[in-house]
Ligand binder design. Structure first.
Ligand code: BES
Ligand code: ZN
Length: 639
């Protein structure tokens, strides 16, 4: 392997700082120059990088810990004297080389959100580094649920959430999106439980509670994932299936029946799906995100089980990450928009292919509304620069800067490029982009370079540097933002207008329309977003009595309605809202509701009362945001 290193440096002269190559016994070799410094990792990949991990772990629900040995194949420069791993809250028992000989190590000072560097001394002949360790019971990435917190209440449940920099709280690893490695794992769990990872997965429970996994494509650490619990599997198509607790697996298979078609539509657009199977697991409700694109196994919230397949764009989104993000990966968290903006664009294209332009334009309109709101609120915050696509997160918790900007401003920038050059040329560019950069990381600047040469110059179109300045390196929303057009939303706008000028809702929407569900949940959402800032209690009551928002089976509709309920002190909704807040851990739903409550003194008290009951059900990712919003814990300690 050393020879690759030399050859590469020779070829490049000394112009690139860094280089890594694979020593893995698995199939894909990485030969990637490390182009930039990742401020959110202690690793020094120019000296030594991991290329493969063998993870041998045992999951203990009683102590809420994982005891494991992580053995790494490494690649190092000639005079490397150490390799540095990221850790957070891990207790390190021993570090050895491939021959079982102890290696000297030191755990550095722990810093907020960064954790501690684990520095391991390397001997000239060291090829492998084995770390024996135990996780802490409050490891940020891990959520340990008791059986009451699951759907079936049959037993405890564990899941991980590694993005952005939480992998280091359950595995000592070089936790940087620019560093990739393959992995094999052997995991022991209590008998009767199923274990799943972002790798080849079992579909049935193993008698002895022992499972083996392989991920033979190199992935960054933020895509490491594990779920353990009472889990069943149902196949959907030849390459797709769902996992969920037994009582909901059927409903999940119904909801996501189009998954197979989504994979095919995606391949049609941007080339073969590279990860073998595409499965999805519906997690218990405390999962803090809508979805997480763990390779081969998307993790998803149960709040998308609406019963009418209305929220499946989330599946299209996580599937799209199999190209944007998992194949071509943001090099640092400052380039996060390359993961999410591309994914929203790709998601929209999948939705358009399956359900038509009219449908995807509804989604695009909702995104634009969300984007404008987000820009307004970030512009008034202490970090208005977070509305630039290229972020500056050095010294900050990356999670704080990961807003809708990356998603929706990113999407509209790519859509603008599409509209500028035409869809055909843009699609050819994107297909080539995903193919030629597969299993590599990408900086914003490198992307611009590729746009210039492979999209503009290649097609004889003038490069417009101003475009990058305005969209990537400036705050706010540029004036040339594309405008989505949705006829279906135009009809909703008409209803809203008439309703605001006094026509009763019954005269605008007929009972038959409601029964036949003439409007999709997106139209209802648009309706709810379009309601006036101030409404009388009579108006709220009339709407709710006729349209039954308070008991909607659609989580997005519920969330949007409850915001109005808080704003207008519409108390008939409070009981179900509290129920929703106590049982749902999806941060996207929680922040608008608690955020609305804290605007008044009485609301703040209500927020705290509900939060006291709900907090045990939330993941660290959600509590870290909400604790700050509600000043949680401050009063107690200052007393
Ligand atoms: N990768 C993200 C989730 C994420 C982002 C986790 C940043 C940690 C840090 C995932 O693909 C995502 O975007 N999820 C969205 C759903 C999507 C349809 C917009 C979510 O969870 O709401
Ligand atoms: Zn995403």
């Amino acid at each position: 392997m050393q020879k690759y290193y030399k050859r590469y440096l020779l070829a490049l002269g000394a112009s690139f700082m860094l280089y890594a190559c694979s020593t893995s016994q698995n199939e894909t070799e990485i030969q990637e120059p490390m182009k930039v410094v990742d401020h959110h990792s202690y690793a020094k990949p120019e000296e030594a990088v991991i290329t493969h991990m063998d993870w041998d772990a045992s999951v203990d629900f009683d102590t809420k810990t994982i005891g494991a040995t992580a053995s790494f194949g490494i690649s190092k420069s000639e005079n490397a004297s150490e390799i540095i791993f990221d850790t957070n809250g891990l207790s390190i028992q021993e570090v050895k080389d491939g021959n079982g000989q102890p290696l000297t190590f030191e755990l550095g000072e722990a810093k907020p959100f960064m954790g501690s560097p684990l520095m391991v001394k390397l001997e000239p002949e060291t090829q492998k580094v084995s770390i024996k360790y135990t996780t802490s019971p409050d490891a940020e990435a891990l959520q340990w649920l008791n059986s009451k917190q699951t759907a079936d209440e049959k037993g405890p449940f564990l899941f991980t959430q590694s993005e952005a920099i939480l992998a280091r709280s359950w595995v000592p690893v070089q936790d940087s999106p620019g560093i990739r490695f393959t992995y094999n794992a052997h995991v022991t769990v209590p008998k009767g439980m199923l274990a799943l990872m972002s790798a080849t997965n079992p579909t049935e429970v193993a008698e002895d509670g022992s499972y083996s996994f392989t991920m033979n494509k190199p992935i960054p650490a933020y895509l490491l994932a594990l779920a353990v619990g009472d889990i069943a599997y149902q196949q959907i198509g030849s390459r797709t299936g769902v996992y969920a607790e037994p009582s909901i697996v059927k409903a999940a298979a119904y909801e996501f029946e189009d998954m197979q078609h989504m994979v095919e539509a995606a391949e049609e657009l941007y080339g073969p799906y590279q990860w073998g199977v595409y499965d999805l697991i519906v997690l218990p409700p405390s999962f803090p995100f809508g979805g997480m694109e763990n390779p081969r196994l998307t993790f998803a919230t149960p709040t998308i089980l609406a019963g009418d397949r209305s929220l499946v764009s989330l599946v299209a989104h996580e599937l799209a990450h199999s190209w944007s993000g998992n194949l071509v990966t943001n090099a640092t968290w400052d380039d996060f928009w390359l993961n999410e903006g591309f994914t929203v664009y790709f998601e929209q294209r999948i939705m358009e292919a399956l359900y038509g332009r009219d449908y995807s334009e509804m989604l695009a309109t909702l995104n634009l509304q969300g984007l404008k709101k987000e820009i307004k609120s970030i512009s008034e915050s202490e970090h208005p620069e977070d509305t630039e696509l290229k972020l500056h997160l050095e010294g900050r918790n990356p999670d704080d800067g990961m807003t809708n900007i990356a998603y929706d401003k990113g999407y509209y920038f790519l859509r603008l490029l599409e509209e500028k050059v035409g869809r055909e040329k843009f699609d050819t560019f994107l297909k080539d982009y995903f193919t030629s950069n597969a299993f590599h990381s990408m900086t914003t600047e490198e992307f611009i370079e590729q746009l210039n040469t492979r999209l503009f110059e290649k097609n004889g179109i003038a490069i417009d540097e101003q475009l990058y300045k305005d969209w990537i390196y400036s705050e706010g929303l540029p004036a040339n933002c594309p405008q989505p057009v949705s006829d279906r939303f135009a009809k909703v706008d008409e209803v809203l207008k008439k309703w605001e000028s006094g026509t009763p809702i019954q005269e605008l929407i007929s009972p038959e329309d409601i029964i036949t569900k003439k409007w999709s949940s997106h139209e209802w959402l648009h309706f709810l977003h379009g309601l006036p800032e101030s409404m009388t209690l009579e108006q709220m009551t009339a709407l709710d009595e006729y349209l039954n928002f308070t008991y909607s089976g659609n989580s997005e509709v519920l969330d949007a309605w409850f915001v109005h309920a808080i704003k207008h002190q519409y108390t008939p909704a409070y009981k179900n809202m509290e129920n929703f807040l106590v049982h749902t851990g999806r941060r996207k739903f929680l922040t608008p509701l608690y955020g609305e409550m804290v605007k008044t003194e009485a609301g703040k008290q209500m927020a705290k009362d509900i939060y006291a009951k709900a907090r045990p059900n939330y993941h660290y990712v959600a509590t870290s945001t909400l604790d700050a919003m509600l000043d949680w814990g401050k009063e107690e300690t200052s007393m």
